[in-house]
Design a protein around this ligand. Structure first.
Ligand code: GAR
Length: 205
């Protein structure tokens, strides 16, 4: 199977979904380590699953570039085929992208290019969007600007608050992210820089 390092910062429910998917027989990817940038629950999920984990916190480095190099080295130690940001709330720097560009996948809780950034759900609600969703994309040097691999829509309901809407989006995200990682692990990504596609199953047979 393809080897994957997952980066996370929060409750780690997406990580947990990936760990569950990876336990299914025949799942084509194996999570070899979990990296975090702060003390968070994601570490507990890794620990419970018996998977290596590491923390590289910005505050432990003199500047952002030193943190970027340290994160790059910590991930590179596992020589992963893919790196997945599953609720990792930091923007990686040029060293990380140099090393893992084209195989670093993020999931975002909005339909990009709408509502990028740290508050995708809150911003969609505040705008009055009637439909939002989630986007799985390759990470480039911008904030949630990289080539899109997959998206799914989620309706905004009249009484939604941020927590309720985010939870409905995450239900979709957990499934979509596991599907995309499996597809990429099996069939790879074809990208011209702006657009990216996962070749379809027929083309692969
Ligand atoms: C997910 O909705 C993910 O898309 C989002 O954080 C949540 C993590 O949930 N990421 C971003 O907003 C990145 N800009 P979790 O901690 O329950 O896995």
């Amino acid at each position: 199977p393809a080897t994957v390092v997952v980066l996370a910062s929060g409750t780690g429910s997406l990580l947990n979904a990936l760990l569950a998917a990876a336990r299914e027989p025949g799942y084509p990817a194996k999570i070899v380590a979990v990296g975090v940038d702060r003390v968070c629950q994601a570490t507990d999920h890794a620990e419970a699953a018996g998977i290596d984990h590491f923390r590289v916190a910005v505050k432990d480095y003199p500047d952002r570039a030193a943190w970027d190099h340290a994160l790059t080295d910590a991930v590179a130690a596992y020589e992963p085929d893919l790196v997945v940001s599953a609720g990792f709330m930091k923007i990686v720097g040029p060293a990380f992208l140099e090393r893992f560009g084209g195989r670093f996948i993020n999931t975002h809780p909005a339909l990009l290019p709408s509502f990028p950034g740290a508050h995708g759900v809150r911003d969609a609600l505040a705008y009055g969007a009637k439909v939002t969703g989630c986007t799985v994309h390759l990470v480039d040097g911008g904030v949630d600007t990289g080539p899109i691999l997959a998206q799914e829509a989620v309706d905004v309901l009249p009484d939604d608050d941020e927590a309720a809407l985010h939870e409905r989006i995450k239900v979709v995200e957990r499934r979509l992210l596991a599907q995309v990682i499996a597809a990429v692990a099996t069939r790879g990504i074809v990208s011209d820089g702006r657009k990216a596609e996962i070749p379809d199953e027929r083309a692969h047979r």
